[in-house]
Write a protein that binds this ligand. Structure first.
Ligand code: ADP
Length: 665
């Protein structure tokens, strides 16, 4: 079968990742994109890209007709569905085949067979794959279900048959709570999947989630590429995934591998799939099969040295599996974390907004980063808020853990809250180092993983103050020597703000005001901090890092300013505080009325002013295009443009501050 041009019916990191392998194999790549993704990374990476509709997924990435049309028009001979969206949609798989296009995935019949958890379990029972004690029958009479729960023995877990993503799942501890829990699971299942059928399982209290990567070709071969441990979960959703599963004896690995291959064979599987087991003690039980490539496949790639997308494409064009079972390596260990735009301090609320600053640990040894976004991109309300996957590999687990911690310490995101600190706390936890893993890990260690925010410490304040002082010095030196505006980066000798012996800086930290007096010294400053005076000096290097000395201790840091917010990255920690600029404090005090913000989400198409330009009331400042209409933001009063936050072509979210207008004095 010829496979020369591949359309990837997805977005973000998985689309980028699939295209990377296709390119390496000499296969041309076609992206599809929604209106929100016109400038997305996956569009840029593809050889060509076709628009498929508006931002909401059901009007674009979930539209079978639009995707098939793009495939036909672009001349693609195959479609890779990625994960999520249409990846487990049997109708889509059928539609591809009917249109004469290769679907890079299993046959529609296998997707259907595994689509219902209950039906899949019935099938697995026949194939002698071990199951958790439970009920997965078609009779959904509530009295019968309650009786089954009694028979299984409490605690039990009610699951939506059509389920996914932990929706419609309820733990029931005692019989008296069963009826209510059932009703609630059914409501959730109906709402999420349009199907309120449920199954009941024995609820294991300290289980591990261990899943097996399987692969099958069209020649009757099927193998397993070992397992992944995905026990670190929050609300039944994976947070950390690793391979191999720590402490799994080889004979159990082989037994689970065999059970997974049997499961795949039982449904005539082809391509990449994952058989999920729940394991407790020596037992392991089938949960479900995911009939696609999974988010966490890179850890398997790391320990086997294989490219699973390459395997998928080879199988799709009719080749046999590249390796036999005995030839599949298992070397070292690898751990993946998912960096999400979500706020752990606010119950992991997903965040939307612009990635004002983004540094991913691409140069940490042994670390792979799969990202679908770059600095300046926005995380939108329409899609999954994952920023990147960070995968650390090592010759053993301890090395992988160390590298993961280093990678997370080197990760910087400004513009929206992320789970970075939370992930770093997991990576640095002694129980994680000891591989004491089960699905209760996060709940059990919540106090360590989600500490209450403490007031900004002196180091944070010192670095923030130093960054402001260096910036003022640079601006002032540039003004003094306009011929060489970028020199010196360091502190101009003898430079004085207001020519005074000291300057007062004010910060705001979670509502509290903190005054820091900086006394000028020949090579730096002495800062009066809450904890006492501290001598500081430093320079800003060409790449933006701050080479600081705090009381003689050398330290590399980075302070990223975004509006009035300063995010201080130092020693693997991050802390944001607000700078209260005396020059704009009066404007700030007027609240949003004085801020120049984007009226709606859109693209900056023109910037009519320059940094530092004096403008009069009514002057056009920035033009934002949204929904095919232009909106001109004009100066609400006379002033001077102090800071332009965006450039032409940037996407802005509603309410994003476009620029700062200083008062003229
Ligand atoms: P979904 O398809 O919604 O993700 P799964 O069936 O894959 O649901 O289960 C998700 C997670 O829920 C598992 O990884 C595990 O942590 C937990 N879980 C599932 N079944 C059980 C069980 N019988 N006992 C304890 N925990 C379970």
């Amino acid at each position: 079968m010829s496979l020369r041009k591949l359309l990837v019916a997805n977005r973000g990191e998985i689309a980028v990742r699939v295209m990377r392998t296709a390119k390496a194999m000499g296969i041309a790549t076609v992206a599809v994109y929604s209106d929100a993704d016109a400038r997305a990374l996956h569009v840029e990476v593809a050889d060509e890209a076709w628009p498929i509709g508006p931002a909401p997924a059901r009007e674009s990435y979930l539209r079978i007709d639009a995707i098939l049309e793009a495939a036909k028009k672009s001349g693609a001979d195959a479609i890779h569905p990625g994960y999520g969206f249409l990846s487990e949609n049997a109708e889509f798989a059928d539609a591809c085949v009917n249109a004469g296009i290769i679907f890079v995935g299993p046959p529609a019949s296998a997707i259907r067979a595994m689509g219902s958890k209950s039906a899949a379990k019935a099938l697995m029972e026949k194939a002698s794959v071990p199951l958790v004690p439970g009920y997965h029958g078609t009779d959904q009479d509530p009295t019968l279900l309650a009786r089954e729960a009694d028979r299984i023995g409490y605690p039990v877990l009610i699951k939506a048959s059509a389920g996914g993503g932990g929706k419609g799942m309820k733990v029931v501890n005692v019989a008296g709570e069963f009826a209510d829990a059932l009703a609630s699971a059914q409501r959730e299942a109906k709402g999420a999947f349009g199907d309120d059928r449920v199954l009941i399982e024995k609820y294991l209290t300290r289980p591990r989630h261990i899943e097996v990567q399987v692969f099958a070709d069209t020649h009757g071969n099927a193998v397993y590429l070992h397992e992944r441990d995905c026990s670190i979960q929050r609300r039944h959703q994976k947070v950390v995934e690793e391979a191999p599963a720590p402490g799994l004896p080889p004979e159990r690995r082989a037994a689970m591998g065999k059970a997974a291959v049997d499961a795949a064979k039982a449904v005539g599987y082809v391509g990449a799939g994952t058989v999920e087991f729940i394991a407790e003690g020596d037992g392991f039980f089938f949960m479900e099969m995911n009939t696609r490539l999974q988010v966490e496949h890179p850890v398997t790639e790391a320990i086997t040295g294989q490219d699973l997308v390459e395997w998928q494409l080879r199988v799709a064009r009719g080749e046999p599996l590249p390796l036999t079972q005995e030839q599949i390596p298992l070397q070292g260990a690898a751990i993946e974390v998912r960096l999400y735009a979500e706020d752990p301090q606010r119950d992991f609320l997903p965040q939307v907004g612009r990635l004002d600053h983004l540094r991913l640990p691409v140069d940490v040894p042994g670390v792979r980063v799969d990202a679908g976004v770059r600095a300046g991109d926005s995380v939108s309300i329409h899609y999954d808020p994952m920023i990147a996957k960070i995968i650390a590999a090592g010759t053993d687990r301890a090395e992988a853990v160390g590298r993961l911690a280093a990678a997370l310490a080197a990760t910087e995101v400004v513009g929206l809250a992320t789970n970075r600190t939370f992930l770093a706390a997991i990576a640095g936890h002694p129980a994680f180092a000891a591989a004491d893993l089960d699905t209760g890990f996060i709940a059990r260690h919540a106090a360590d993983l989600l500490p209450m925010p403490e007031p900004a410490d002196d180091r944070t304040l010192a670095l923030a103050a130093l960054s402001i002082l260096l910036e003022e010095a640079r601006v002032s030196a540039a003004a003094a020597d306009p011929a060489d505006p970028f020199s010196p980066w360091g502190l101009a000798p003898g430079w004085r703000l207001n020519r005074a012996a000291h300057v007062d800086l004010t910060f705001s930290d979670q509502g509290a005001r903190i005054a820091v007096r900086a006394h000028y010294r020949p090579n730096g400053f002495v800062l009066d901090l809450p904890g006492g005076p501290l001598p500081v000096e430093g320079t800003r290097e060409a790449d933006g890092t701050l080479a600081a000395r705090l009381a003689g201790v050398r330290l590399k840091a980075r302070v990223v300013r975004s509006g009035m917010k300063l995010t201080v990255f130092a020693g693997g920690t991050e802390r944001a505080i607000d700078f209260v600029d005396p020059r704009v404090a009066s404007i700030d005090a007027t609240g949003t009325a004085g801020r120049l913000v984007a009226p709606m989400p859109g693209t900056v198409i023109r910037i009519a002013v320059e940094d530092g330009q004096e403008v009069t009331k009514g002057t056009a400042l920035v033009v934002v295009e949204a929904m095919k209409m232009e909106h001109t933001v004009t100066a609400p009063r006379d002033g001077r443009v102090a800071k332009l936050h965006f450039s032409v072509g940037d996407l802005v979210d509603e309410g994003a501050e476009l620029l700062v207008l200083e008062e003229l004095n």
